[in-house]
Ligand binder design. Sequence first.
Ligand code: PLP
Length: 330
Amino acid sequence: MKNFNLDSLPREKFCTLPTPIQPMKRLTNQLSSVNIYIKRDDLTGIGFGGNKNRKLEYLLADALLQNADTVITEGAVTSNHCLQTAASAARVGINCELVLSDSHIGDRVAGNLLLQHILDVKIHRVKDSSDRKTMMQKVADDLAAAGKTPYIIPTGGSNKIGILGYINFVKEIAQQAKEMDIKFDYFVFATGSAGTQAGLLAGKKLYYPEMVIKAITVGDGKDEIISSIKEIIKNFEELHSIDLDIKDEEIIVLDGYFGEGYGIPSKELIETVKLIAKLEGVFLDPVYNGKAMIGLIDLVKQKRFEKDANILFLHSGGGPAIFAYDEYFQ
Ligand SMILES: *Cc1c(COP(=O)(O)O)cnc(C)c1O
């Protein structure tokens, strides 16, 4: 691993780190057989927080190195990633343009979309998520023709640069575990565009090999997630001339908990979000963390963890989405 020195890589340090690790005492009591902790990456400190902020510390540093004046990224109209990109870009003084596709939630200016309006970012709308890439390229070409220097950030900020945020994250929790005098046996979280998981797996190899990482999908596409993880890790290894030797069996993606599909809440989802709010005073979003928590609780009930295991659950942010899903909670 001698070629990889995380601290030497370009980074814009705008997150408030380390984010806290808190015991979920009442949930732990209720489930009784394991100890559950929550890593509060909803508190990263920019634009209502979230996991994309960590990736953007490295992506925006790269954009600045390339003298970019405008970043372009994509997502659904409810996208947390797009909001965090817009807010983080504002923080470092780069313009941001977003390509947003329709979602079943509709066009109401609420949640992340409302916050994007406050930021006054330029929004390019497309109907289908499959139209976004072409539109991003068109926006980039138009900007370049107007003498600007655009920088495209892929979906979720998930590439060989973005994952550095979650490699650094594992380094951070290894340090926190030492300070708390605790060993985290398992890490459970919501996976989507694969960047967080790729970073966690690489970070695990480098800084915390004893922790087992279990990802919960929040929509269809398990096979695609696994191949994206492998692709991102391969590109990362090539860039840094290292071999992380990540085995297929370490890439754990569980897809039994997303209900009817991405962004579609179920009765169980609403109940789970309410349960965690009432037990812990923590609000999980309905698209990612609520579904990951359904998975975690089920895995505990199915006795998939040893008795007294220490489990760290990631709160990856996304809170503003609650305000676009208001009708489901009434
Ligand atoms: C994007 C996102 C995820 C998934 O992260 P990926 O790196 O895309 O897999 C999880 N939770 C929230 C709140 C997100 O916005």
